[in-house]
Design a protein around this ligand. Structure first.
Ligand code: CIR
Length: 254
């Protein structure tokens, strides 16, 4: 998990209208902006060059750039997000990725896929089948991956918004996982760092050039992760969590 670059998009004032499963408190724009700044700083500390895109006010969830593309060593894949209000977010990302990647692929209707459902471990991609990502899209993605010498397989997601809300990779053989993914058959060949119910938000971490970026407020998981990194950077993403956003969804890393 070595990255040199990341794409992020500043949240807009419209973030208060982002989709929320729980429908609880609304994010505060000023606080979200400050948390986003700290997130960018954390990636920069990891040695990543940031391309920061302007806010797209017409799309309240557009700060969650991870959902609109899947970046692989062979190609960039433009997704077809599962939420209707998010579909048009792909247009501007396609323009940007066209200038970076020589090969661009797309997931097409009736396939729907959110990048948050894609967990890459080496050259294999686990594809969460969730409320946002369907089997049609999963099969399209597997065909694309195989064309470029990679592979994919599906994992059913029942209890989380996305696959990576509940499980992320720490290295080629180790995952940090919560809930249904702690002892899921799809991950039986991995060492699992389990996240307790109280710290479920900590299952979504970013490993970047030897460091781990994790959400603030999860001391038990932080201690478990310490042996796996030269440094652990905590970032408070409470405003994004109010609308079901985690750490990974705020960037596209490559
Ligand atoms: C949504 O429901 O689409 C946004 N409110 C949250 C997206 C989070 N993205 C992610 O986990 N990859």
């Amino acid at each position: 998990m070595n990255f040199t670059q990341a794409i992020v998009r500043r949240p807009g004032k419209s973030i208060v209208a982002g989709i929320s499963l729980a429908g609880g408190k609304l994010p505060r724009y000023d606080k979200a902006l400050e948390q986003h700044r700290c997130y960018v700083e954390a990636l920069t500390t990891c040695g990543v060059k940031i391309r920061e895109l302007d806010a797209l006010e017409e799309y309240p969830d557009s700060t969650f750039v991870e959902d609109v593309a899947v970046l692989t060593p062979g190609c960039a894949i433009i997704t077809n997000p599962g939420a209707v209000s998010r579909k048009a977010e792909v247009t501007s990302m396609q323009q940007i990725l066209m200038n970076i990647f020589s090969a661009l692929e797309t997931i097409d209707s009736p396939g729907t896929l959110d990048g948050g459902d894609i967990l890459q471990v080496g050259s294999h991609f686990f594809i969460g089948q969730s409320k946002r990502t369907n089997n049609d899209a999963a099969q399209q993605l597997i065909t694309i991956l195989e064309k470029y010498g990679m592979s994919g397989s599906t994992v059913t997601v029942n209890d989380f918004l996305h696959l990576k809300t509940g499980v992320t990779a720490i290295n080629a053989t180790t995952l940090v996982a919560g809930g249904e993914f702690i002892d899921h058959p799809a991950f039986q060949n991995f060492d699992i760092i389990p996240v307790s119910r109280d710290e479920i938000g900590a299952a979504n971490c970013i490993v970047c050039n030897g460091r781990i970026i994790m959400p603030a407020g999860f001391p038990e998981t932080r201690d478990k992760l310490k042996p796996y990194a030269t440094d652990i950077i905590k970032v408070d993403i409470s405003e994004f969590a109010k609308i079901d956003g985690g750490l990974t969804c705020l960037s596209l890393r490559f």
